[in-house]
Structure formats: C-alpha cells, structure tokens
Design a protein around this ligand. Structure first.
Ligand SMILES: Cc1cc2nc3c(=O)[nH]c(=O)nc-3n(C[C@H](O)[C@H](O)[C@H](O)COP(=O)(O)OP(=O)(O)OC[C@H]3O[C@@H](n4cnc5c(N)ncnc54)[C@H](O)[C@@H]3O)c2cc1C
Length: 510
C-alpha cells in the first residue's frame, strides 16, 4: 500500500487507458473523419482551471489568439474547492507588515520542508516568480485574511511569514481571475469551449504538436489547430484507477475535482512525454472516511493539530502499537509515520474520561452527533474492554491492551514517554473504550509530466516536444511540493506557471 518506487519509463498511455472509457477508441480515429475548425490559434489551453485561466489571460492580453477548452461546464477547476493557500516573497501583503523576505529564503524553506524532493529547476522558477503572481492578484483586488501573511497553518510552517490566503479560499482567487478572463472572452481574444474534452494531440511526423482533438459531451469530435498547446487539465484525482497505477497507493477519499481524470497525463504520454513523481505520494494525517468503498466520502475532519487541540487519546496501528508521538507539532513527521502503517490506517483510542473531559477531536459534529456515531458509523467502535474494542475494530486486541498498560504505567511512574509525548493528561483506563479509524488521504496528484525550465513537455531523452507545454497538476504535485504538503506549492506554481506561459510562450517559441 505504501508508495514504492515507480519506474517512470514503465508507465505508458496504454497501461493507463483503462480508467477512461472511450479514450482508447478516440485516439485511433483517423483525423480525416473529424471536422477541422478553420481557425489557427496562437495558443490552445487545455483546461480552464488554476493554471489554465492565467495562461489564457496573459496570452490574450499580449495579443495572442487563444482557444480554451474545458471538459467541465464551468471554468475554475479545482479553485472551487481548494483551500487556496498561496505563498510568495516580496508581496505587497508582506511589505504592508514590514516582513523582509526573498526568493532564496522561500526556496530554502520549500526545500527544507520537502527534504529536497521537489524539482530544483521548477522550484526555483516557482519561488522566483511567485511574489509577482500574488502582486498581480492584489493589483486586481485580491485581499488576504486578517493577520496574513503567516508562517503556516495545517502544514509544516515556514521560517518567515509568506503564507497568504484569501478570505474565501480558492474561490477568492477565482473571483479575481474570472472577470478578467470573461472580459477576454467578450472581446473575442479568448474563445471558450466548455463541456468539451481534449482527447488527443495532433502531431506532425517529427512529433511537433499542431493541434488538439476534442470531444464534446454529445460525442462530437473536432480538431482545433494551434501554434502552441498548453496542457493544464489537472491531475487524475477523478480517476482512482489511474491514481493507483501512478502512485502505487489507493485514493482513499474523493475530494479532488472530478473532471480531472488524468487526461493531461494521457495527452502528454501519447505525444511522447514521460511521467514521474508518483513515489512522492504523502498521506495527509488521517480523516474519517464514510466507508471502505474507496474512494469514500470524508465524514468529518480529524482535528489532529496539537497547536489547536492537544491530544488526550493514543493513536495505534492495526498491530495495536503506538507509532507516532501524538503531540508532535511537526505535521510532516506525523504524516511520514502514518505513511509507514498498513493501509495508511490508524485508530484514535480513548476512554470514557477522555470523552467526558476533552474537546472533540473531530470537526463539524457536536458532542451528541459524535456519541451517536459509536452506534452507527462503520469507522467508530465502542466496547467495555480494550480487548473487545480491538476485536471489534480490527486491531490486535492483546497488543492494544499491552500498549494501554505501558502508556498508563509511564504516567503513573512519571517515566518519560518512549515516543517523547509530553501531553498525557489522563490514563486510558475508564471503561467504556472508544476507537475511531482514521485513514491517510490526499488532495493532490503527485505524478505528472516532465517539463524543462521553460515548461516544455519533455521526452525520456530530455528533448522538448515542439509546441507542447504543461503547468498545474499536469506536471505533478511532486515537481514543486515534493513528497510533502509544502505550503502553497500547488496553487501558487499553478497560477505562476500559467502566468509565465501566457506571458512568454510566444517569445519562448522564437
Ligand atoms: C480540497 C483541496 C484543497 C487544496 N488546498 C490547497 C492549498 O491550500 N494550497 C495549494 O497550494 N494547493 C492546494 N490544493 C491543490 C491545488 O488546489 C491544485 O493542485 C491546483 O488547483 C490544480 O490546478 P490545475 O490547474 O492543475 O487544475 P484545475 O484547477 O483543476 O484545472 C484543470 C481543468 O482542466 C479541466 N479538464 C480536465 N480534463 C480535461 C480535458 N481532457 N480537456 C479539457 N479540460 C479538461 C478541468 O475541468 C479543470 O477545469 C488543494 C486541493 C484540494 C482538492
């Protein structure tokens, strides 16, 4: 279950096609059977989301004739659900608070948090240009929450306050881009085609990309010709089968944008590109899933951040053993510990005293809803002894009892906790006992197409596929976030690389 090393060259378009109905048939249709639009576009943008919208906006503002295709009936992509936490240095928001920062410091923090696992060239490109992206949003009316920029929130903190979030998460960013994008459509600089998916790329004999084959919701196919094609069609969070194939791990929670079914990856592979980064998968530190039919719904969030709520409970794995210091303030260390557990599963174990005295460790529910869950929810178990709890919940019952006994003894004798835990308010001793199963989950696709420092999609030998670019999750979250949830290292590079492609694509091509 845990992410093993993937041989990047073993992944082919054919092996991944099984997750997308009809895609195989489309890719072999002869071009002459499809209608071909007469217009030659300067830039064709595949996907009108976080990366695609700025690509189109900036290209159109520079006089390019832009076509934007989106599989969904609306624009915005993942911004409708993203927390939208962004990070950049030298922003107007930092200046207003007198915060001194630099791209070098941002780069160092990014690499420290992900242990140097993001792509150095792309991380550099991202941090060098992120501040300008945030300033562009600000110049168009974007504002941040009171007190921002901050050093962190939810993920491993920066050493400098450069994390800045809009009031309404990703929607705040969409609200800024949408009017500019729509104005471009109204002026005729951007042609927008919705409810239409790019299903193949048109290439010449040398592999240069000449256009895009699309299919609308009614099944009608059409070819669009363009001088440059930018793949910004997101990751594969809407395609659990492909997610598994690329990351060697199950997509446990369905939370990503459902229209992103991995066609970025198929388009790039089909054109001769390469996929990398699946081994960087990192599970977020547990959520309560609705059931075992993966991907499942998230029932309630797990409030595991010790800076917001100190844990009263112990966390155990299926063997009934504690595997992590529950009050470790490093969320990355807790995530990495969970990544080593079978099925990325853990159980939060408490007794009646903990339930009575501590604040709830799940969000959204009140105390009564939480207590009611122990009679009805498949992830919640209650029993009169720890052994019975283990049997009912699927945890080794004998080990669970031993673990609780050791934990209690250490509190009684004042001995140091073997995992270094400091917050141990009460023993785990007063029946009944409670277990809630939490499972690692994610909000990003780590695997994606390889690109060079000009965001050109590259082949296995490192050469660029002429006229083909990619940004956003199409290049994989691992490229800029590495094997961790590095602050703002998805939305910010998506916007930034889109902005840069839109600004520079014509000159890069020259
Ligand atoms: C719940 C959640 C919270 C998050 N919070 C943060 C955060 O706080 N900070 C952060 O940095 N990152 C965060 N992320 C990740 C970040 O939001 C995404 O990585 C980023 O928005 C992806 O941008 P994108 O342009 O690649 O994809 P999208 O914005 O999803 O755009 C892709 C577009 O392509 C379209 N499309 C798909 N297939 C096709 C096709 N074949 N043809 C045409 N169009 C197609 C889709 O309909 C979509 O509109 C979060 C993600 C989630 C789900």
């Amino acid at each position: 279950m845990s992410g093993g090393s993937l041989n990047k060259f073993s992944i082919t378009k054919r092996t991944l096609l099984s997750g997308i109905a009809g895609a195989a048939a489309t890719s072999v249709l002869p071009t002459w059977r499809r209608a071909v639009a007469a217009t030659m576009y300067d830039v064709i943008v595949i996907g009108a989301g976080t990366a695609g919208m700025p690509t189109a906006i900036f290209a159109a503002e520079r006089g390019a004739k832009v076509l934007v295709i989106d599989k969904a009936p609306v624009t915005g992509g993942t911004l409708d659900r993203s927390t939208g936490q962004i990070a950049g240095s030298g922003t107007v928001f930092q200046k207003a608070k007198g915060i001194s920062d630099s791209p070098d410091a941002h780069y160092a923090d990014n690499m420290r948090i992900n242990g140097g696992t993001s792509d150095p060239v792309l991380t550099r490109l991202f941090v060098d240009n992120a501040g300008e992206t945030i300033n562009w949003l600000a110049a168009n009316g974007f504002t941040v929450r009171d007190g921002h920029p901050v050093m962190g929130g939810g993920h491993e903190p920066f050493t400098t306050a450069r994390y800045q979030w809009g009031m309404d998460g990703g929607k705040s960013i969409y609200k800024i881009m949408d009017p500019i994008f729509t104005a471009g459509v109204k002026k005729g600089n951007i042609t927008l085609v919705l409810s239409t998916a790019a299903v193949d790329l048109i290439q010449d004999g040398k592999g240069a990309v000449l256009g895009v084959t699309c299919e609308d919701d009614a099944g009608k196919k059409q070819d669009f010709m363009g001088r440059n094609v930018v793949i910004t069609a997101g990751g594969c969070g809407g395609n659990p089968r492909m997610y598994y194939d690329l990351h060697n791990t199950t997509l446990t929670a369905q939370i990503m944008y459902p229209f992103n079914v991995g066609q970025s990856i198929l388009l790039g592979l089909g054109a001769g590109g390469v996929v990398r980064g699946g081994e960087k998968y990192d599970p977020l530190f547990g959520t309560m899933l609705s059931d075992d039919n993966f991907p499942a719904e998230q029932t309630v969030p797990f409030l595991s951040d010790p800076e917001r709520r100190q844990p009263w409970e112990i966390y155990v794995n299926a063997r009934g053993q504690r595997f992590v210091r529950e009050d470790d303030t490093s969320v990355d260390r807790r995530e990495k510990a969970l990544a080593k557990q079978s099925g990325h599963r853990m159980w939060v174990i408490s007794d009646q005293e903990m339930i009575d005295k501590s604040p709830l460790y799940v969000g959204r529910w009140n105390k009564q809803q939480f207590l009611d869950g122990f009679g009805s929810h498949p992830m919640m178990t209650k029993a009169s002894t720890l052994e019975e709890l283990g049997v009912k919940a699927g945890i080794d019952p004998r080990e669970l009892s031993l673990t609780a006994a050791k934990y209690n003894d250490a509190i009684k004798t004042g001995a140091t906790d073997p995992l270094g835990r400091v917050h141990r308010p009460v023993q785990l001793a007063k029946a009944p006992f409670y277990a809630v199963r939490m499972t690692g989950w994610t909000v990003i696709t780590f695997a994606g197409l390889t690109v060079d420092g000009s965001l050109r999609v590259t082949r296995a030998d490192g050469s660029a596929i002429p006229n083909l670019y990619a940004a956003g999750e199409a290049i994989g979250g691992g490229a800029t976030s590495g094997n961790a949830y590095t602050n703002g290292a998805m939305v910010t590079p998506s916007l930034t690389f889109g902005r840069m492609l839109g600004s520079k694509i014509l000159s890069w091509k020259a």
